[in-house]
Design a protein around this ligand. Structure first.
Ligand code: NDP
Length: 474
């Protein structure tokens, strides 16, 4: 049982000023695996004060000192590998292999990438005889969701540390334990006191408190659009800068010269990985009408390669994170049926033999009209919508006919068409075929997918203010 009922403030684990706690559930077993303290506004005030007090000295540390700190964090993070994997599997229900290859690795990559990006980063530039300086923005409030407990936290923390900004982190109540391990790592490597503060608690108290706190200069949030909107409204009262990484309904455009089997498998991988709880997942697959029958057959076949079940038994798809998320996904599957889409795999209810745990069936809808609710709203579960097109122009129109713009994907062979589609998709990150992941490249959304960029040098920029000095002697 993991009972973490303390917050980490000013370099120490401290009792909460409140008495409320929240149980954490393993979504694969529906059993309680521990609890956290629900922090109060008073706890938050203490954490913000600690960060504020740390700001003058931390913001003046040298680049070399911060590179060393980030490298030490990456090294200690690696030392905690087994615990990180186990913890994410327990709290998120993520299959062990995904916990290792995706969750653990993403956290590691953000800390080591931030160290690399920082080495190359220039905080002072000469321009037209004058000087531009980049200075730490001040105290940052970080609010993170449950779907990537180490990725979302680590990218924000690593960039903030690189920029010399002390932070207060509020992780999601559903998956709070990975952040406890991160905190222990920072403590072990000697992150100066007050530079990192962890306050657990609800979004409505601690999250809301962060976005409206007069002593917080910047809020970086990842989560739903509805919460992003509240955060922006709150932040506007103290003219606080916000970065928002919100949802998506990303298109995967399959070109007519694509290998159908590979593209169909890629589409299924998108909804299977992390049980489809991925903001940048492709959830609308756009295929040429002529490919429809073959593509549908290949998708159904590909599903066999992604078994659903116990995350500790070698399955690729674990449960959804919570009963609430399970209910949401069920209602979208019902909606798809009601809207008249053709369901070629999956459906409502739990997969056979999986009565315990928040498991859902990977579901594929074809004959989808892009105006249907299932094609427009973020479902955040293993549900794919397949839409046909008859020309590249139509494919691009459909790809962009969404309020979102987080990511896009294109599969095919002809370089000119790949280029045309990749540059025509209005999104912050477009992947061509099976291009490798790159942690130095910016990540973030166009349109209602958000504001700002994370990862690498663009991530660091978010935590900086630009100062112009005229007449500064060189
Ligand atoms: P939320 O946006 O509510 O949660 C994300 C984080 O925000 C959590 O830490 C949450 O705290 C916190 N939060 C909640 N309310 C407030 C508030 N008023 N002020 C500040 N912070 C707040 O997402 P949900 O967990 O409710 O998921 C709903 C949907 O959001 C999903 O189905 C999915 O579509 C989308 N989503 C998108 C993500 C992405 O990566 N872009 C990630 C997660 C969800 P707590 O939960 O602890 O109360």
């Amino acid at each position: 049982m993991r009972n973490y009922i303390k917050h980490y403030i000013n370099g120490e684990w401290v009792e909460s000023t409140g008495s409320e706690t929240e149980e954490v559930i393993n979504p694969a077993t529906e059993e309680v695996i521990g609890k956290i303290s629900l922090g109060t506004k008073e706890d938050l005030d203490k954490a913000v004060k600690a960060a504020r007090d740390a700001f003058p000295s931390f913001s003046q540390t040298t680049k070399e000192e911060r590179v060393e700190m980030l490298e030490n964090i990456a090294e200690e993070y690696e030392n905690r590998k087994d615990e990180i994997i186990e913890t994410i599997t327990d709290e998120l229900g993520s299959p062990l292999e995904i916990s290792e290859n995706i969750h653990f690795m993403m956290g590691y990559n953000h800390f080591s990438q931030a160290a690399e990006s920082l080495k190359e980063f220039s905080f002072i530039e000469e321009h037209g005889g004058h000087t531009r300086m980049k200075e730490s923005i001040g105290v940052s409030g970080l609010i993170t969701p449950w779907n990537f407990p180490t990725n979302q936290t680590s990218t924000k923390i690593a960039s903030a540390f690189a920029a010399g900004s002390p932070v207060v982190l509020k992780p999601a109540e559903l998956t709070p334990f990975a952040a406890v391990i991160l905190t222990e790592i920072f403590d072990k490597v000697g992150v100066p006191k007050g530079v990192f503060n962890l306050v657990n608690g609800s979004g409505s108290v601690i999250g809301d408190g962060i976005s409206s706190h007069p002593d917080i200069d910047f809020v970086s949030f990842t989560g739903s659009g509805a919460t992003g909107e509240k955060i922006m409204k709150n932040a506007s009262e103290t003219i606080k800068k916000v970065a928002l990484e919100l949802g998506g309904k990303s298109p995967l455009v399959v070109l007519d010269d694509a290998d159908v089997k590979d593209a169909a498998k890629a589409a299924v991988t998108h909804i299977a990985t992390n049980s489809g709880q991925v903001c940048s997942a492709a959830t609308r697959t756009l295929i040429p009408s002529s490919m429809k029958q073959e593509f549908e057959e290949e998708m159904k076949k590909a599903l066999d390669e992604f078994p659903v079940g116990d995350p500790r038994e070698g399955n690729y798809i674990g449960p959804l994170v919570s009963k609430k998320q399970w209910d949401t996904v069920q209602s979208y599957i019902e909606k798809g049926i009601e809207e008249g889409a053709t369901m070629i795999a999956g459906g409502t209810g739990k997969p056979d033999g999986l009565d315990k745990g928040y498991y859902t069936k990977p579901t594929i809808f074809t004959d989808v009209d892009n105006q249907m609710v299932i094609a427009q709203e973020e479902i955040f579960g293993p549900v794919m919508t397949v839409i046909t097109y008859d020309s590249i122009e139509e494919a691009l129109e459909l790809a962009n006919e969404t309020i979102y713009g987080l990511a896009g994907y294109v599969y095919g062979k002809d370089p000119e068409t790949l280029r045309k589609v990749a540059s025509g998709i209005r999104a912050g990150r477009v992947k061509v075929n099976d291009a490798e992941a790159d942690f130095s490249s910016p990540f973030g959304g166009f349109k209602q997918s958000g504001i700002g960029r994370e990862w690498g040098d663009y991530g660091i920029e978010e935590y900086l203010e630009v100062k112009t000095i005229l007449g500064y002697p060189s």
